[in-house]
Design a protein around this ligand. Structure first.
Ligand SMILES: [Zn+2]
Ligand SMILES: [Zn+2]
Length: 685
């Protein structure tokens, strides 16, 4: 107690007001990874096991009247719907509006109910009260799934954390905003004198970091985006902003293809960021294929001229401008100086049959209709965050899988319908960059099934016949011919406690993977180990007489993997290489009447101009075989080669999700406001 100005005032050191004791804010309170700050219901995951909205309302294009609520069907459970239908006029519930178009309040009402009817929550609560009945347990299991936590509404923090506000926003509001809007919010933030003093340094740091994120083209991201859902390029650019924020000098930064997933529109800003790193007194080394980034280099090192055994030499090293002065072997210089070019297609295939996604509304998509022509190559374009992946991977792919009666892991994203000539398609294949084969013994040659034929060839040799060898003797997957010590791995892994494993060449077989008696069998003077050591392009000469082997290996060469060794473990392949092995396996197949829809997500990642050319040939070969190809891509060489383009945007996040254009590249360049069209112009001249 203290007397100030003869007035009595009470002080204490507790954090309380009006009889309520508040938690003292600490950084932990705002961290959902910390038990102190995490929402107690979902433990900070934001999602809990519960009744899954997507399962209860499998088709959001239906109205409640038409049966949107899947569990309210049949004689018994249909009564729940009956009750709502009879009373809906009392509270003006729009029975005939598609579920996806209901307002937030109306959806909530449907789930919570009111004095006239019981909602969906009550329906499942009743089932749960009588789980001794088997049919109730079956019903519950059918509709259970991961859903948004009701306590924190997916915000992942305990309620008390949201009592603290900056301006009018609590932390869950802030991390829900796209970075570019958040940046504007903090720039316009008005604080009183005291708060300004307290927060000055922090606000400066916040503004710096947010502005860096905008600069590297990540303004469309929200801060609560899970890092696991970011692309490799996005992750690198985020790390870049972190180092920029620290203002370190005299450091060396090495970046491996930071342009992945970046639209040409944002490339210049990335270059600016790299330059400012340099100007701070750092050394920046970038491994890159992107034309604009190569052009902005101070010093260029070109390695090649080709890949694998045909590469490995420094073809050029010097200031960027000198690259064109020397008549060198550099493929990079040849393409950049337009002495070599990826040619424009002489004719574009006519779009005749279409399939159509109507009312695409998932994530930021604004409810447009998109047409995908069949028997052509379609490229889906747009700046990062414009909604390309949502349209192709979250709507088209699962919707078509559903139509074909195949299993799919996630229900199709919100859309009205998939229509058009979809019955012409027999199968859909998403060719992603996930590794091929889990075993360390799998390799590209086993993946395209060429190894079966090679083993048959070895078995047919005289010595094999005398010794009674079967194809299995030439397999490193089963006992018999393979080295018993290393099980055909060629190396042994020594586990070191607390340290990384050490790999040593197997002592028994000296890394040759097979038993000596098997290695004595030779085809054209080479044993199985020596054959596996050939590169794919070498093997095409070696197997010239074995047409079956050639037929299966040629596609691997065609997609630009000629430098890979036959026996090279799949685990050493990059994502882009794995994707091309998958592509080759389809090219190796016999012609069939099947019509497959192929989807490729950024297949040019990690590719040089020269390989992009090969990739395009391979994609076109698929179309010539009677298939349909859809590619999500930023690369202008691929875009200019499309038969049909679907351009989304115009920008990312909230300002994206519109259909800017669909049609031929020649028409796209005439569209004002299309970033893709603007950059495509140069390529079509
Ligand atoms: Zn929660
Ligand atoms: Zn061995």
């Amino acid at each position: 107690m203290q007397i100030i100005d003869s007035e009595t005032r009470g002080f204490n050191n507790r954090f309380e007001l009006d009889g309520i004791i508040f938690l003292e804010p600490s950084p932990h309170l705002f961290n959902f990874n910390n038990p102190y700050g995490a929402c107690p219901t979902c433990e900070g995951f934001g999602r809990v096991m519960g009744i899954d909205e997507g399962k209860v309302i499998p088709n959001m294009a239906l109205s409640v009247f038409e049966g949107a609520v899947a569990c309210w069907k049949g004689e018994k459970y249909g009564l729940w719907l009956e009750k709502l239908r009879e009373s809906a006029h009392h509270f003006d519930f729009p029975m005939h509006t598609p579920y996806q178009d209901l307002s937030k309040r109306e959806k909530k009402l449907l789930w919570k109910g009111n004095q006239y009817f019981w909602g969906i929550n009550a329906f499942f609560e009743e089932l749960e009260e009588k789980t001794y009945k088997i049919q109730n347990r079956v019903m519950l299991a059918r509709y259970r799934g991961r859903t948004t936590c009701h306590t924190c509404d997916g915000g992942r923090l305990r309620e008390e954390a949201t009592y603290v506000k900056i301006g009018e926003m609590d932390i869950t509001d802030l991390i829900d905003m796209p970075v570019d809007e958040l940046f504007v919010y903090f720039q316009n933030l008005k604080l009183n004198d005291f708060d300004t003093k307290v927060a000055k340094r922090l606000i400066l740091e916040i503004n710096n970091r947010l502005s860096f994120m905008c600069k590297v083209g990540l303004g469309y991201l929200t801060l609560n985006r899970l890092s696991a859902t970011l692309s490799g390029g996005e992750t690198q650019r985020i790390n870049l902003t972190r180092t920029l924020g620290s203002n370190l000098t005299s450091s060396m930064y090495i970046l491996d293809e930071p342009s992945i997933g970046l639209h040409p529109k944002d490339t210049n800003r990335l270059v600016e960021v790299l330059r400012s790193l340099r100007d701070l007194g750092n050394t920046v080394i970038v491994v890159e294929h992107e034309e604009d980034i190569i052009k902005s280099a101070d010093y260029l090192i070109d390695i090649g001229p080709h890949a694998g055994i045909h590469g490995g030499e420094v073809v050029f090293a010097g200031p960027y401008e000198d690259m064109y002065k020397e008549a060198s072997d550099s493929l990079t210089a040849k393409y950049m100086s337009k002495r070599m070019e990826i040619p424009l297609p002489t004719v574009r295939r006519k779009a005749i049959d279409f399939m159509e996604i109507k009312g695409a509304r998932e994530n930021n998509l604004k409810g447009f209709d998109a047409k995908f022509p069949l028997h052509t190559m379609t490229v889906v374009t747009g700046v990062s965050g414009s909604g390309k992946t949502t349209l192709v991977k979250q709507i088209l792919y699962p919707a078509l899988k559903k139509h074909l009666g195949e299993s799919y892991s996630r229900a199709p994203g919100v859309h009205k319908e998939l229509s058009g000539s979809i019955d012409l398609i027999n199968r859909i294949e998403l060719i992603n960059q996930n590794p091929i084969g889990k075993s360390s013994r799998s390799n590209p040659v086993t993946y395209v099934k060429a190894y079966d034929t090679i083993r048959a060839l070895m078995t047919a040799q005289q010595l094999s016949k005398i010794r009674g060898f079967k194809p299995g003797h030439f397999s490193f997957n089963v006992d018999g011919g393979r080295c018993d010590t290393c099980k055909g791995e060629g190396e042994q892994v020594i586990e070191m406690q607390f340290l990384a494993d050490v790999r040593l060449i197997c002592e028994s077989c000296k890394g040759q993977r097979f038993k000596p008696e098997v290695l004595e069998v030779k085809y054209k003077g080479k044993n199985i180990h020596e054959i596996l050591d050939l590169s794919i392009s070498e093997s095409l000469d070696f197997f010239a007489e074995a047409k079956d082997v050639i037929r299966k290996l040629t596609p691997l060469n065609d997609v630009g993997l000629g430098y890979v060794k036959l026996g090279q473990s799949s685990s050493t392949l990059s994502g882009g290489e794995a994707q091309r092995v998958k592509l080759a396996s389809f090219l190796a197949k016999e012609q069939s009447s099947e019509h497959i829809l192929f989807i490729f997500d950024e297949p040019t990642t990690g590719l040089h101009f020269h390989d992009i050319r090969k990739l395009l040939d391979a994609l076109n070969a698929l179309v010539e075989k009677g298939h349909t190809v859809i590619v999500v891509e930023h690369n202008m060489e691929v875009i200019k080669s499309a038969d049909w383009i679907i351009d989304l945007g115009p920008d990312g996040g909230k300002n994206g999700g519109n259909l800017v254009f669909q049609g031929t590249p020649e028409k796209l360049v005439k569209i004002k406001g299309s970033h893709t069209g603007y950059y495509l112009k140069d390529k079509l001249d």
